[in-house]
Design a binder for this molecule. Structure first.
Ligand SMILES: [Zn+2]
Length: 113
């Protein structure tokens, strides 16, 4: 149990990785991508820490919107989310939160045999 990372800890780790990647980026598009990803994981970490966790729905995750009265559907393997940002191919915090949840769940599964 103690080896498991909480989803918000995974999101914080991902944020720091993207921050470092942004600092090391040699092109403006790469830097912009990593900064956007860093912000997505920052927001995901705050949401996950508050206890509003994405819910598993088959292969998807359902994530409640913070700003709209909506629930968005995330598919981690395809890196898709049906929110307005996700529909434009941007990494939104819903996808970041679902990635962290999936990683946390995978760790549990792998040590749960
Ligand atoms: Zn989204």
């Amino acid at each position: 149990m103690s080896v498991n990372s909480k989803p918000e800890e995974i999101a914080i780790r991902r944020s720091k990785e993207h921050e470092q990647a942004a600092q090391a980026a040699t092109s403006a598009p790469a830097r912009a991508y990593h900064l956007a990803a860093m912000r997505a994981f920052d927001k995901a970490a705050a949401e996950l820490a508050s206890g509003r966790l994405p819910v598993r729905a088959g292969d998807d995750w359902l994530v409640h919107s913070r700003s709209a009265n909506a629930v968005y559907r995330v598919h981690v393997a395809n890196a898709t989310c049906n929110c307005p940002a996700g529909m434009h191919g941007r990494l939104c915090w819903h996808l970041a939160a679902a990635q962290a949840m999936e990683e946390a769940t995978a760790v549990e599964d792998s040590v749960g045999f």
